[in-house]
Design a protein around this ligand. Structure first.
Ligand code: G1P
Length: 276
């Protein structure tokens, strides 16, 4: 499996119920932190990690995503040559630099199912996954996905990004356990989706950055519904982990849970302070 990672999958079909009514007609991935939608932060992170193909799994009511990553001739015509033109520079560059492809998830059957829906856009090669509502920043250097690509080049297996969380929060995350191979690398031998604190194998939680080898698709096809009756990527990854083929990487940087109002406000303040 020596193929270079070029594609990033963005599961973006969820309803975003925690942000209702804002997400009634607007995809949650399009909510802005300052002036940029969450999904654009994810795409920029993928580009900075050297990826050029963005594969987005959308659903009903998500057309704003496709329109965002496309030209907007009327608007551009209006602002070209004015002081506003520079505000569009970044998104124009993104559209020029990478390819976007889309498929729709018809039924919401969990993150594992969303990733399997993206198989048609990925094919038989290793790929990255970004959950756009986990917004990451590393002021000190490489973006989280860049760090993970470097790890992939060394380990050539699936990788999950993890961080330490308070034990009380384990029921919000996939939680891993395993043996440390290096300072920030754990060879995973157990993973549980959203365990009660008393059943959690550790306090190392998976955040929304993955590198997956393509055999994951066949495994997901065989994965039975788990927590919440949904097909969980954590359960599919456990099958790879049993073969010794998953590492967890304690990344450098900050991560904001923009799927929650508190995390969203924290991210907004952080990026505002960073920009001013
Ligand atoms: C998903 C995964 C979970 C992971 C989390 C990271 O859960 O199922 O394992 O820890 O993303 O954000 P969700 O937040 O979609 O419920």
């Amino acid at each position: 499996m020596n193929k270079k990672i070029k594609k990033c999958l963005f599961p973006a079909a969820g309803y975003g119920t925690r942000f209702l009514p804002a997400t009634k007609a607007i995809p949650k991935e399009m909510l802005p932190v300052l002036t940029k939608p969450l999904l654009q932060y994810g795409v920029e992170e993928a580009i900075s990690a050297g990826l050029d193909t963005m594969a987005i799994v959308t659903g009903r009511g998500k057309r704003a995503i496709e329109d965002h990553f496309d030209r907007s001739y009327e608007l551009e015509n209006q602002i070209d040559g004015t002081s506003k033109e520079s505000l569009m520079e970044d998104i124009r560059d993104i559209i020029k630099t990478c390819t976007f492809s889309y498929t729709r998830q018809i039924e919401m059957k969990g993150l594992g199912h969303a990733i399997l829906t993206g198989e048609t856009l990925i094919g038989d090669e290793p790929f990255a996954v970004i959950l756009a509502d986990d917004l990451c920043d590393n002021a000190n250097g490489d973006a989280v996905l860049t760090q993970m690509i470097k790890m992939y080049e060394k380990y050539k297996c699936s990788i999950v990004a993890v961080e330490e969380i308070p034990m009380n929060d384990t029921n919000k995350y996939g939680v891993i356990a395993g043996e440390f191979e290096e300072d920030s690398i754990v060879r995973v031998n157990n993973m549980v989706e959203k365990p009660d604190p008393k059943d959690a194998p550790s306090n190392l939680a998976i955040i929304g950055r993955y590198i997956l080898t393509p055999d994951i698709f066949d495994i997901i096809r065989e994965t039975k519904p788990g927590k919440g009756g949904e097909i969980q990527i954590t359960d599919a990854l456990l099958e790879q982990a049993k073969q010794g083929n998953v590492i967890a990487y304690k990344f450098d940087g900050k991560r904001f849970d923009c799927g929650s109002v508190d995390g969203f406000v924290e991210a907004t303040n952080y990026f505002y302070n960073k920009s001013s």
